[in-house]
Write a protein that binds this ligand. Sequence first.
Ligand code: ATP
Ligand code: MG
Length: 150
Amino acid sequence: MSNGNPSLRDKTLAILKPDCVRKNLIGKVIAHIQETGFKINAMKMVKLTPDAAKGFYEVHSERPFFNDLIAYMTSGPCVPIALEKENAVEEFRKLIGATEPQKAAEGTIRKLYADSIQENIVHGSDSDENAAKEISHFFPRKELLEINGF
Ligand code: ATP
Ligand code: MG
């Protein structure tokens, strides 16, 4: 962010998963995210189709939990959020904690709110390249431009 313009390293995609929406935790989780210094570039509520969920988690298509994961991610609306902060991917992964909530560090979003390794409240991109792909999957460039003017 040295020149004031966000770089690839400054962006990540969060998804508040269907369990987060069902448990009425959208507000609490977004407050937590904003209090940690993330800026919201774009946000919407969508219900993923099975094809969209399969495409999003394609990397896990051979894993035994894949069908359950798709059923869960399509079980209700979710809230994708394009986020900005310096070193966003790493900082956001730190904020959400380990995949399995019992193993997540104290104070992390998953430790605070998640029920199980599957129903773990929130997604965070795992690399700058995936963050860019995932953000453009949900938000056309125009929507990001209109909100933030960059
Ligand atoms: P995400 O990609 O959603 O941010 P993650 O990177 O912490 O989560 P991944 O290994 O990418 O974890 O798994 C993707 C998602 O698949 C997990 O968040 C969880 O919802 C589900 N999942 C992962 N491992 C298991 C498992 N062993 N059993 C059931 N569901 C799982
Ligand atoms: Mg992942």
